[in-house]
Design a protein around this ligand. Structure first.
Ligand code: OGA
Ligand code: NI
Length: 357
C-alpha cells in the first residue's frame, strides 16, 4: 500500500531566510560529508551539446538528418543537451524567470501560505524526503501540477505577484508544447516512429509538473549542494536555467561538468522513465547543483511525465536476444513513491530495478 505521509519530520526552515539572516556559518544539517562536497572543481571547458532546432522545420533534409543525429548522440553520450531556436518566445522565458524571482523575493509570510506537505508536494517547499535528521540541500522550491488539466489547481498557485497564475498558464502551454516536439524527435531517433513515445506517455493525458528552484547565495558553498546528485524520475525534463548564474553540473564518467548556459536556450535531459522505455539506450544521467556565495539562482524545471497509472516498460522493438528487457513494467505512480519518501539518492532507484546486468 502507498504510504501517505502527511507532515514533515522536523520544522521546515526556509533556506532563503538562513541566507538573509547574515549568518557566516551554515547550520550543521546542510553540511555534506567530505566525500560528497562539491570539491572536485570542474575546470574543463567542455559543454553539453547545443542543438539548433531551426533546421528541423526547414526543407533542408540533409541538415535535418544531421541535427537528428546530433540529438541522438547527445541522448546516448550525455543524457543532456541544450536547445536553441526552439520556438518559445525569449520574452516569455525572461518573464517566467522574473516573475518567479519576484515570488521568492516576497516576505516570508506571503510565501508560507503556500507551504507544502509530503502527501502531494504541491506548493512552497524546502526539502525532499521525510527522513528525520537527513542532510538537507541548500534550496527552496515551488512545485505544481500543470498537466493533465484535471490535476491543475490554480488556487494553489501563487496569487502574488499578480501576474503569476497567468504566467504559469502561458509558460506551461509553451513549455509542454516544446516537450511534445522533443519527445516525438526522441521516439523517431530510437527507430520507434514518432508516435510511439508520445503514446507511451499517455497521448493527450501526458503529465507535466513544474518545479521552480530557488538557490539562495550561501556563505559556505564548498560544504553543501543546491541539489544533491540525482536523476530525474520522470520522462524528460525541460529546464530553464538562470540567465546569469551557472550551477548545474552533469556527471560525465567520474567528473562533474558544469553546464554553461547558452543565451535563450533550454536544457533538456532524459528521466528514468525514458531510460526504461528505451531499454537503457538513453540514460537518465545524474546531475547536481552547486551554489555560490554571491548570487541567488532561479531555475524552472518542467517535468514531462508519462500518465501516472500507465505501465512503463522497455519498448518491444528495443528488446532482443542480445539485449533483453532490463526493467520490469511499472507505473510512474509506483516508481515515485520511493523518491518522495527517501529523498534523492543518485541513480539508486532505477539501478535497483535492473533485472539483468
Ligand atoms: C531539478 C534539477 C537543476 C537546476 O529540478 O531536478 O535538476 O539547475 N534542477 O536547477
Ligand atoms: Ni534534476
Amino acid at each position: 500500500m502507498m504510504k501517505c505521509v502527511q507532515s514533515w519530520p522536523e520544522p521546515i526552515v526556509r533556506v532563503q531566510s538562513l541566507a538573509q539572516s547574515g549568518m557566516t556559518k551554515i547550520p550543521e544539517h546542510y553540511i555534506k560529508p567530505p566525500s560528497k562536497r562539491p570539491s572536485n572543481v570542474d575546470n574543463t571547458t567542455v559543454n553539453i551539446p547545443v542543438i539548433d532546432m531551426q533546421s528541423l522545420t526547414g526543407d533542408d533534409q540533409g541538415l535535418r538528418e544531421t541535427t537528428l543525429q546530433l540529438v541522438s548522440n547527445a541522448c546516448r553520450e550525455w543524457g543532456f543537451f541544450q536547445v536553441v531556436n526552439h520556438g518559445v518566445s525569449h520574452e516569455l522565458m525572461k518573464r517566467a524567470r522574473e516573475t518567479w524571482r519576484e515570488f521568492f523575493e516576497q516576505p516570508l509570510g506571503v510565501k508560507q501560505e503556500y507551504s507544502n506537505d509530503p502527501s502531494t508536494y504541491e506548493g512552497y517547499g524546502s526539502r525532499l524526503g521525510v527522513e528525520k535528521g537527513a542532510i538537507l540541500d541548500w534550496s527552496d522550491y515551488y512545485f505544481l501540477h500543470y498537466l493533465p488539466p484535471a490535476l491543475r489547481k490554480p488556487h494553489k498557485w501563487p496569487a502574488l505577484p499578480s501576474s503569476c497564475r497567468d504566467l504559469i498558464e502561458e509558460y506551461g502551454e509553451e513549455a509542454t508544447k516544446l516537450c511534445g516536439r522533443l519527445v516525438k524527435m526522441l521516439s523517431l531517433n530510437l527507430g520507434l516512429g514518432e508516435d510511439y513515445l508520445p503514446n507511451a506517455f499517455g497521448g493527450e493525458n501526458v503529465g507535466a509538473c513544474l518545479r521552480v528552484n530557488f538557490y539562495p547565495r550561501c556563505p559556505q558553498p564548498d560544504l553543501t549542494l543546491g541539489i544533491s546528485p540525482h536523476s530525474d524520475p520522470g520522462g524528460m525534463t525541460l529546464l530553464l536555467p538562470d540567465e546569469d548564474v551557472a550551477g548545474l553540473q552533469v556527471r560525465k564518467g567520474d567528473n562533474w561538468v558544469t553546464v554553461k548556459p547558452v543565451p535563450n536556450a533550454f536544457i533538456v535531459n532524459m528521466g528514468d522513465q525514458m531510460q526504461v522505455l528505451s531499454n537503457a539506450i538513453y540514460k537518465s544521467v545524474e546531475h547536481r547543483v552547486i551554489v555560490n556565495s554571491v548570487k541567488d539562482r532561479v531555475s524552472l524545471a518542467m517535468f514531462y511525465n508519462p500518465k501516472s497509472d500507465l505501465l512503463i516498460e522497455p519498448a518491444k522493438a528495443l528488446v532482443t536476444m542480445d539485449r533483453p528487457a532490463l526493467y520490469p513494467a511499472m507505473t510512474f505512480d509506483e516508481y515515485r513513491i520511493y523518491i518522495r519518501t527517501k529523498g534523492l539518492c543518485g541513480k539508486a532507484q532505477v539501478e535497483s530495478l535492473k533485472t539483468h546486468e
